[in-house]
Ligand binder design. Sequence first.
Ligand SMILES: [Mn+2]
Length: 319
Amino acid sequence: MNYDVFNGDADGIIALLQLQLANPIESIKITGVKRDISLLKQVDAKAGDNVRVLDISMEKNTEALNQALAIGADVFYVDHHRTGEIPQSANLDAHIDLDANTCTSLIVSDLLNKEFHLWAITAAYGDNLFVKADSEADVLGLTLAQKMQLKALGTYINYNGYGSEVSDLHYPPAELFELLLPHTSPFDVINETNSVYHKLASAYNEDIELAHAAEVLFDSNIAKVVLLEDAAWSRRVSGVFGNDLANQSPDKAHAVISYNKQGGYTVSVRAPLANKQGADAVCTQFKTGGGRTAAAGINHLEKTELEDFISVLNNYYIN
Ligand SMILES: [Mn+2]
């Protein structure tokens, strides 16, 4: 049995897209909303199974990974999130790069000799690695207009992954993957009238407009915290809105807070673009926090912890 376990954001979807374009194989797809990263436990691996794991933190999947390896499954693991201790196993083929300026799709692209590098660049834009994506695009000689198109597509696919549950999303990530798969170049999706690119574009613009009118809870020259209302659009837009704010004020840390089903908040943190570190350190001070140095989040913050969170965020970047 083949399993593809991938994050439901642009980077996860496009990492798998490249692998499947290069060498199509039948597989059972396991994915979810972007925040749903404990995905590997959904695989009931047997000896001889092939499991590909893309763009989900090894640290959050250690138990299932060890189990799959122990049982004799072959695991191909590509990622750029915190790993914890990497298991030593002949069955594990791991390609991990924690560099804040790379992403899973760029690592996959290198493994494929950049065969679908336009897609990888799209994913890098989607993971908010604008500088890196621009420089990769320059190597290929793309025009400014082309770069803006890939940036938009990456942003829209990434945006589609945000929500508390798949029903918040415009497209379930597995379905979005299938819709993108016929296209060897992202420009095909962009140039096709009525494609997911155009559908996601109008949905995205509607949500972003609502977000820019949302309540600002805290704003200093160090950090800004915005609270979105309790609605599906808020859960969808929280992450990309954070990127939007970060790009507007590169010297500030940003947090976008939205309500979750457990009666608390979900928090999305972006380190200052000019100082891409600490987002994970801030978030892991809270029980359900995790992520990368540049971008991290807290799945459930109690309402009583909100003030505490704001001061942890502001104090972290004060120097
Ligand atoms: Mn990623």
